[in-house]
Design a protein around this ligand. Structure first.
Ligand code: NAP
Length: 318
């Protein structure tokens, strides 16, 4: 079968939609999905550049990608709730992704029926980014009705879902983005949109219960004034030893105010997201849909760090 592979680390040009990759064998708990679309996440870029080192040991050549939407071809006897022909979306739990190929193998607990009101391209935009936003805000931030939430980097993949999810959870949301995205951020539902060039997130003079630093530029200490004694800071990247230490302590039960989200692929959470999407409370925004043969263009766009919503790679893109 064909797969989107790279045989060496490097620039987006190392990506090849090439034939001759072995079709995966299905195990009892697996689902085989015929690929229709996938999305690009910053992690795919770092992996392609060889940045994760020992954490991504899988030898080259390697199949790229964590997000997929498509149609179930077959599943193992241990998988319930899915049938051949179902439109699904899912996220690979593997460190290196390994999923953008004509036929992708996922375990049954990492794939769910796709929202009925989304195209394959739209569904592919959801899993990794929206799961990150959901797990950060709900599980680490304990966001609920009336919470005051600041989202730094609120119009990219994770951020644009985070704004909508925080609103769905009943929060009051302040978001940051560049000037060109202020209107988009308001359309997403943010109560207040702040240009980070005019006022960087730590200088916003308000009190927050949760700061979700999606862009990952800061650390908990930068928000002492706005988070007070009870507020929770959540980062997406281990930008300093304190973030890792804070997360380690939180996991051992020693405080919950300095957190690092590490996204988990979970069918139950994809069902939650589907509920909001079908109810019209959550919608992926597609910045670009690129044909799979031009996957390098999709990676190049995400590398700019100025994606609005998500970039998708699709089989049937023009
Ligand atoms: N730990 C995890 O499990 C996990 C999961 C998912 C993602 N991540 C990480 O989270 C980060 C964001 O991911 P993503 O998918 O949302 O990326 P993305 O789609 O590339 O988002 C980029 C966003 O960042 C904003 N931005 C650029 N420069 C900024 C600045 N100086 N200050 C504030 N915002 C700025 C951009 O807004 P403008 O265009 O308006 O500038 C754009 O909306 C990445 O580092 C990614 O690796 C971690």
């Amino acid at each position: 079968m064909k797969a989107l592979v790279y045989k060496r680390f490097g620039s987006p040009d190392v990506l090849e939609w090439s034939d001759g990759w072995p079709q995966p064998d299905i195990g009892t708990n697996d689902v085989l999905v015929k690929f229709a679309a996938g999305s690009v996440n910053p992690k795919d870029i770092l992996l392609r550049k060889g940045k994760f080192g020992l954490l991504a040991r899988e030898p080259l050549p390697r199949v790229t990608g964590h997000d997929i939407a498509g149609v179930v071809v077959e599943h193992g006897a241990g998988v319930n709730g899915l049938n051949p022909g179902d439109a699904v979306y899912g996220m690979s739990p593997l460190m290196h992704g390994g999923i953008i190929s004509e036929y992708a193998l996922l375990t049954g607990d990492t794939v769910a029926r796709a929202p009925k009101n989304l195209s394959h391209a739209e569904a592919a935009a959801v899993p990794l980014a929206a799961l990150t936003a959901l797990q950060a805000l709900r599980d680490l931030g304990h966001v609920s009705a009336g919470s005051r939430v600041l989202i730094n980097g609120a119009t990219g993949g994770v951020g644009h879902f985070a704004v909508q999810i925080a609103k769905a959870l009943g929060a009051r949301v302040t978001g940051t983005c560049s000037a060109k995205n202020l209107e988009f951020l308001t359309e997403l539902g943010a109560d207040e949109a702040v240009d980070y060039k005019l006022c960087p997130a730590p200088r916003i003079k308000q009190s927050f219960d949760v700061v979700f630093d999606v862009f990952g530029k800061y650390s908990a200490g930068d928000f002492k004034a706005s988070l007070g004694r009870q507020g929770i800071y959540i980062n997406t990247i281990p930008s300093g030893p304190r973030t890792l230490l804070g997360e380690g302590l939180a996991r051992l039960g020693g405080g919950r105010r300095n957190r690092l989200v590490i996204v988990q692929s979970r069918r139950t959470d994809m069902v939650t997201l589907r509920g909001w999407i079908e109810a019209g409370q959550l919608k992926p925004h597609l910045d670009k849909v690129v044909a799979i043969e031009n996957a390098a263009e999709a990676h190049r766009h995400v590398e700019t760090k100025h994606t609005r919503g998500k970039v998708v790679i699709a089989l049937d893109a023009p």
